[in-house]
Write a protein that binds this ligand. Structure first.
Ligand code: NDP
Length: 285
């Protein structure tokens, strides 16, 4: 037996649970974090059937597991399941990180801080006093709203295909800043410094119905989706003159780093990991 971090007998066990899960990059990211930090972390992906999250988590706890990431479609179920939540998870209504403690399950949400860190630290964008358009009103949009508003933008407009969901979401966060909800047709003559695509449109190779001229001079565009090639939204943003256009790979790595910190008390360096994943995505294309 060795003391290598990836020897299953010598490491603490972590996993990501979701459905589907086969293509998750999380095991790769956490392996790279473990190598970089020397933390004895083993991490695997677990496919969970609909309705079976509580049983899957209980099994993992019984095996001595130390922590979990929870992904689509179980983040709201995980919110219900945990015994205690961080304020940011409480507000997001979703849990993507569970720390298994001796007497309880602690739930956190690292998606929002992951996005903000990618925008500010990696892409060098300042959000203060900016006008931000957040597209989509699903779990991803909800999870990032509080950390975005914390940056004190001038305005966040949430636009959604089903306008009522955007309006309801804006109302739920109105105490944190200036935030409005609407349908795409209501965007009219508004101009934004930053467009964030938190819809599932890119998954279908689709684009939200955006009017031309939405971007202010020097504006930036961010798609939470990522892949080997630019999404339809990223291509559209380039044509619209965006100066910075990015996909969600950095957010994925940043939210993972924050989870690693929650579990281990150590924050891995993210840039080399983002770079490595980018190269691997390109090689797989
Ligand atoms: P949900 O299913 O909760 O919400 C989907 C949202 O997309 C809804 O607002 C829906 O509108 C909208 N939508 C779906 N299809 C279209 C379309 N063709 N045109 C316009 N709007 C559309 O999904 P999530 O919020 O969980 O995830 C959204 C995206 O964010 C996914 O692509 C996911 O991969 C990504 N994501 C990335 C992360 C990262 O780390 N990079 C982390 C989390 C999410 P309506 O309400 O009208 O149905």
């Amino acid at each position: 037996m060795t003391d290598h971090p990836h020897d299953p007998d010598a490491c603490d066990h972590y996993a990501v649970m979701g459905n589907p899960i086969a293509h998750s990059k999380s095991p790769r990211i956490h392996r790279l974090f473990a190598e970089q930090t020397g933390e004895p972390v083993c991490y695997r992906a677990i496919l969970v059937e609909p309705g079976k999250l509580p049983a899957a988590v209980a099994d993992f706890v019984a095996e001595g597991g130390r922590g979990l990431n929870i992904t689509v479609p179980f983040k709201q179920d995980a919110w219900q399941l945990v015994d205690r939540r961080s304020p940011r998870a409480e507000r997001a209504g979703a849990v993507n990180t569970i720390r298994i403690e001796p007497a309880e399950l602690f739930g956190d949400n690292t998606d929002g801080v992951g996005l903000v860190r990618d925008l500010t630290d990696n892409l060098g964008l300042s959000l203060r006093d900016r006008r931000i358009l957040l597209m989509g009103a699903g779990g991803a949009a909800r999870g990032v709203l509080a950390p975005l508003l914390e940056q004190q933008p001038a305005l966040v407009v949430i636009a959604n295909r089903t306008a009522q969901r955007a309006v309801a979401l804006a109302e739920a966060f109105a105490d944190l800043g200036t935030v409005q909800g609407c349908g795409y047709e209501a965007l009219g003559e508004l101009r934004f410094d930053l467009l964030i695509n938190a819809t599932a449109a890119s998954l279908q190779g689709d684009l939200p119905p955006l009017p031309d001229g939405l971007l202010a001079e020097g504006g930036a565009a961010y798609d939470m989706m990522y892949g080997a090639r630019p999404t339809a939204f990223m291509q559209w943003a380039k044509w619209q003159g965006a100066t910075t256009v990015a996909d969600g790979l950095g957010m994925l790595v940043e939210q993972a780093a924050e989870s690693f910190l929650v579990w281990r008390g150590v924050r891995p360096r993210t840039r080399p990991v983002i770079q490595r994943l980018r190269e691997e995505l390109a090689a797989d294309a």
